[in-house]
Ligand binder design. Sequence first.
Ligand code: SF4
Length: 655
Amino acid sequence: MLELESIFSPGGVLSRHIAGFHVRSQQVEMARAITSTIENHRILVAEAGTGTGKTLAYLVPALLAGGKVIISTGTKTLQDQLFKRDIPAARAALKLPVSVALLKGRANYVCHYHLERSLQDTQLTFVNREEIRYLQWIERYAGYSKDGDKSGLSEVPEHAAIWQFVTSTRDNCLGSDCPSYKRCFVMEARKQAMSADIVVVNHHLFFADVMLRDEGLSELLPACNTVIFDEAHQLPETASLFFGESVSTGQLLDLARDAKIEALKAARDFTPLQDAITATDKAARDLRLAVAEENTRIALSEAFRYPGFKPALDQLLEQLDALVGALESQAERSEGLEHCWHRADNHLQLIRRWHDDGEMDGYVRWIEVFHHALQLHATPLSIAGIFQKQLAASLRAWIFTSATLSVKKDFSHYNHEMGLDGAQTASWDSPFDYGAQALLYVPQGLPEPQQKDYTDRVVAAALPVLRASKGRAFFLCTSLRAMQRVYELLQVADDFDFPLLLQGQGSRSYLLDSFRTIGNAILIGSQSFWEGVDVRGEALSLVIIDKLPFAPPDDPVLSARIEKMTNEGRNAFMDYQLPRAVISLKQGAGRLIRDETDHGVLMICDPRLITKAYGKQIWQSLPPMKRTRDLTEVENFFAAGRQPLIQPRLNQHQE
Ligand code: SF4
């Protein structure tokens, strides 16, 4: 067996086989800790600063240890990167015969059953020619594709509406009753995952299917010796989502649509069923219309203040109850109808639980309203107990890693939230020389963030810095409203000609490609660009953050958790809100320095970083950059920049 030290050494197998590999003491130390965790079936919470090389630090021990390993990542992009690039590279370097499977959520695979149903039903469902053309391409693709992964058919855009008609959901999959079960792509992907040594999933899939065993993946977790979560800082959010319950009016409309198709096929003569379907469809639409706002989260008590909400919810329950009865009476006429009956009944039970007081102790009930849909949610106030039970279910190693898990190397917030009390923790600093590469600038004279003209003042303070950096900046905002205002103000700023890119003006990857190509652009973004973005080199030399990223206190889940902690005698601000903000800020700040040659300025505009006692905790949690409040020092920093700067281009709209 190869020794870790020799594998990671200069001239070792990794440096010989992996392009760009650098020897880092932090990386080999982390690999050692992970080896020990795997051998002893322990739990390790490991923070590894940017540039540590944490992917290889966990992959090498996992590959060497053998046994089944699940690696869960935060995004599908990272999942693909691991599966296509990192694991094959490490496996080839170590010369180990390890089998690897990539498992995505079922919405990523063409479903033969729903595809065929859509093909028979073009008149009913599809009106536009483009969708019919897409449908024909998908039909052809399903005939020759080995895995049915929709990413293999790039001619049909990823977000085309057609995909929802030709893929399955947990609700509408017929499982072993399906006539296409034997050639089903979802089932095949799962079979491969069962037999592979390493399975790469994402957090959503892990919680929805693997851990909660809602689907046919019940054998995957028990068979595995090691679970590794990368980007583990996202887990509390994801786990809350999946340990809770939710149902949306969109799901009810899908149910009505599917039930209508099944009824036309197998129960055309039974009109009460069609009436019940129409009434449920209408009741679901009326519930959405009962709340005028959109893109908002509202606590249950607030929701009941909307005069139309309670009557609409009662009406929905009544109609859904009638639909369940009608479907039950016809269920034996077809598998499709039987399946719709079970779906409708599940939704009915869930909405009843949500509606009735006392049924959901330990959960906060709230609604989320979108343009077309309204969702009823019940989210656990704490996920710790639920997660602990899962951890204790069998003996294996659990590894939680990310660049941002602690507050000044204190992991108690994360461990407490996840129920990982007693886990081993470790932290490795970034190998970058932050003192020389980066400057933290907090401008003077800005008002408290609650002040009305705060964003205008932030932009005024940012303009000289943006000029000094010659664009090349991310302007990260904590709200969409602030983001829009920053964009408007920069568009009309005097003597300011840098190209502006705004979140939402294109896909995230399109905006990032444009940002890299333009070279002196300013990208103004909100949540989407705070994490998972890697822009190396000169194009990104300045990151501006408008406010400390505290979650809005009126968020229904947050305020219920604060109330619970306060009732328990805990300090919710220090124990919960502050650590969350620190982790989020570290993510945003982490966009700046991506390798040894990067250098730049992090500008945090929020004066609370200086004026509040907790501010010290925050900046001390950031990498050890030089700090200043002096604009001249910032200008000198950029003037002394080592690389030649690119000439600014004209703003798009001014060209
Ligand atoms: S088993 Fe489910 S996913 Fe597979 S073809 Fe049938 S309905 Fe579709």
